[in-house]
Design a protein around this ligand. Structure first.
Ligand code: PMP
Length: 388
């Protein structure tokens, strides 16, 4: 009954993690959802009231999205990431998830090679898999994707269609690509003729360090597609996000969007526009930063205090995740059941790799639980790792 491409996608590990955590009072370091206690409900209600009597709000919209919102976004992105784009170069999508899917539809033929980071966001892998892409994984360190390693692959003659990167506060590792590597990556794209997909849902959640320019900022030949989303900096429920690409690419990406769902939900776009034009998004992001920073600090402190010698972890300046590595022959997939029994959950590292890797690693989310529960959870996990 089912297509081979869907049968080839294995979601069993993710489903297992979800079902293990369901119910109970487990301290969850597994998720990546924003804290709903910070949803700006009062301002949202006002924005709904403000636009609620405009007939166009309930009409079909244009495929690229509501112009008012796209204009607000362009202003915002110029300031926050030094992205300079025209109105014709930005499209509103239903989540970055849809952006990834449209890129797959429009740019990937079966067998095309996509380079992804090792580790990377597994849903993007699954999405590109639907379009029968083949993957090459390139390593990461504290400076992000190892572009030297990518260059040697390219010099060996690998023909690459796309590089998919999450350059800032990466999911799952939390690391950020340095400016030199960003420039190098763009140079490689020009020399070896591939497209860069810059997926940046977490970049604006910075708790320390200095801002970085988007990879898109360095793009002179229209090879970078930048994806951003309202999910982590506003609310995920509207399912609104954006995609920035050159006009040449956009012409076909627009066809990809049209043939998927015609246009993004108009009500959400108008409400988000009403929220943004009062300058509320910037203020809201600042509140999120103040709320999440102590949680990140609490997790880093607890890791320092409780983890045994053979454990190391990343120290992200922002985002939602810390990546933990156990220098031992352990299997974090197997260990998860025990962890949940003891009251704490994480995502096993293996799901973030295309082939081998990640058995001794895990992703820890620090934005969901309270400071007290973060401390408690890390303590439990440290004890379990010590005896495993
Ligand atoms: N890309 C990455 C790296 C993510 O972590 C997520 C959400 N977890 C998404 C894309 C999708 O976000 P959304 O569809 O909510 O915009």
């Amino acid at each position: 009954m089912f297509s081979q491409r869907i049968l080839d996608i294995d979601m069993s590990e993710v489903k297992r993690v979800v079902s293990l955590i369901k119910g109970g009072n487990v301290i969850s370091f597994a998720g990546g959802v924003p804290s709903k206690e910070l949803f700006p409900l009062k301002e949202l209600r006002e924005a709904f009231l403000e636009v609620g009597e405009i007939a166009d709000v309930f009409q079909y919209g244009s495929t690229l999205g509501f112009e008012g919102l796209r204009e607000e976004l362009l202003k915002h992105l110029k300031e926050s990431q030094e992205i300079h784009a025209k109105l014709e170069e930005i499209m509103i999508t239903h989540g970055s998830q849809q952006g990834i899917d449209i890129i797959g539809r429009v740019l990937v033929d079966p067998g095309d090679i996509i380079v992804v980071e090792a580790p990377t966001y597994f849903v993007a892998l699954n999405t590109f898999q639907v379009y029968e892409a083949r993957f090459l994984q390139v390593g990461l360190d504290e400076e992000g994707l190892k572009t030297e390693e990518l260059e040697s692959l390219l010099r060996k003659g690998e023909k690459i269609k796309l590089v998919y990167t999450i350059p800032t506060f990466q999911n799952p590792s939390g690391v950020t690509m340095g400016e030199e590597r960003r420039k190098h990556l763009v140079e490689l794209a020009e020399d070896f003729d591939f497209i860069i997909v810059e997926d940046n849902p977490y970049g604006e959640l910075r708790y320390s360090g200095s801002p970085v320019k988007a990879i898109k900022h360095f793009d002179k030949s229209g090879r970078v597609i930048n994806l951003g989303t309202f999910s982590k900096i506003f609310v995920p429920g509207f399912r609104l996000a954006w995609l920035i690409a050159s006009e040449e690419l956009m012409e076909k990406l627009e066809v990809g969007k049209l043939t998927t769902d015609v246009c993004s939900n108009t009500v959400g776009q108008y409400v988000t526009w009403a929220f943004m034009r009062k300058g509320l998004l910037k203020k809201h992001i600042q509140r999120l930063i103040e709320f999440y920073r102590p949680k990140r600090d609490a997790m880093l402190e607890a890791l320092d205090e409780f983890m045994p010698e053979n454990v190391s972890w990343t120290k992200p300046d922002g985002g939602m995740f810390i990546w933990l590595t156990i220098d031992d022959n352990v299997d974090t997939k197997e260990m998860l059941e025990d962890a949940v029994k003891r009251g704490v959950a994480y995502v096993p590292g293996k799901v973030f790799y295309t082939l081998r890797g990640g058995e001794n690693q895990m992703r820890l989310n620090f934005t969901f639980e309270s400071v007290e529960r973060i401390r408690e959870g890390v303590k439990i996990l440290a004890k379990l790792i010590s005896i495993s």
